[in-house]
Design a protein around this ligand. Structure first.
Ligand code: ZN
Length: 301
């Protein structure tokens, strides 16, 4: 009998990852490519899946794709499954879902890269009783993926948690913010590029004792307070390049506790806050494992 397998793609702004896998612990083959123009990247990927499954002698059941956005995820829309108003050259209004469907003739399950990462981390939780979950990525941009009652949140379009408004005291931080749409939204104040513009140094070279980190933790904690008061997540995972600074976690734990001010009663907002707000467990694989989960769970619906 031919073995049943799944395909997964993490389509990022600069890099693309592809895998063919039986499940998360049985990855049969991997591919890493720089992101090029859509025609070329999509062709490289379809070749990988066609030739890969042929060489392995396996039967590809479905494909999960975590893709940079914004995406049209409204099944009733004419541009369903497209990348829409991206600033990435050549990719504006590119059909992703339809093209892979035509080429591979299997079900395609597309979601945002941050939702894929959220699903990857959620599916790797030790505590399987968690139903309300949040994953934030804080790096080149800021994004949030949420799971409520075990399901990814979509809604009107999809959440854009990076663009929420947080408190910004211009006497303490005169930086105007660098979001093209909102200036000093969360992303405009706290993404990697915002840090670099404010302090004139890439965040990874900003010393641990620099006051910029306390300010950064203040902004992240302010965003987390909004999140805790809105969807009441039982677990919050913070990933992305900026969060590679391990010292940020203890600052965020302290500040979030202070901001919440014991209003919501839970040991996880008190002595166990370091168990509530944690780093990713899949490290750089959250996106691709999440895309694999999209492929597997999509067929179970
Ligand atoms: Zn914004």
């Amino acid at each position: 009998m031919i073995e049943k397998v799944y395909g997964a793609i993490e389509l990022g702004g600069t890099k693309i990852f592809g895998i063919i896998a039986k499940d998360r612990s049985n990855i049969l083959t991997r591919l890493i490519l720089p992101t090029k123009l859509p025609e070329q990247s999509i062709q490289e990927l379809t070749t990988f899946f066609k030739e890969g499954s042929h060489e392995l002698g396996v039967d590809l059941q479905s494909l999960g794709i975590g893709c940079f956005g914004p995406l049209d995820l409204n099944a009733h829309s004419k541009t369903f499954g497209y990348v829409t108003s991206t600033t990435k050259p050549g990719w504006k209004f590119t059909d992703i879902k339809g093209v892979f469907e035509n080429e591979l003739q299997i079900p395609i399950f597309l979601d945002t890269d941050v939702n894929a990462s959220a699903l990857g981390e959620f599916s790797n939780l030790l505590d399987q009783n968690i139903e309300s979950f949040a994953y934030l990525t804080i790096g080149t941009g800021i994004g949030g993926g949420f799971i409520i009652n075990g399901k990814l949140v979509h809604g009107l379009v999809h959440p854009e948690f990076g663009h929420i408004q947080i408190s910004h005291d211009k006497n303490i931080d005169p930086f105007a913010g660098n979001c093209l749409y909102h200036g000093d939204c969360f992303e405009g104040l706290a993404s990697g590029p915002a840090l670099e513009e404010r302090w004139n140094i890439p965040p990874k070279h900003l010393p641990e004792n620099h006051p910029g980190w306390d300010l950064e933790a203040e902004y992240i904690s302010s965003a987390l307070m909004n999140l805790l008061c809105t969807i009441s997540p039982q677990k919050i995972i913070l990933g992305g390049g900026v969060m590679h600074q391990a010292h940020l976690f203890r600052r965020i734990h302290k500040k979030t506790k202070r901001l919440m001010n014991s209003y919501i009663k839970s040991k996880y907002l008190d002595s166990l806050i370091s168990e509530l707000i944690t780093p990713p467990t899949l490290k750089d694989d959250s996106g691709i494992i999440g895309a694999l989960e999209l492929a597997i769970r999509g067929l179970q619906k």
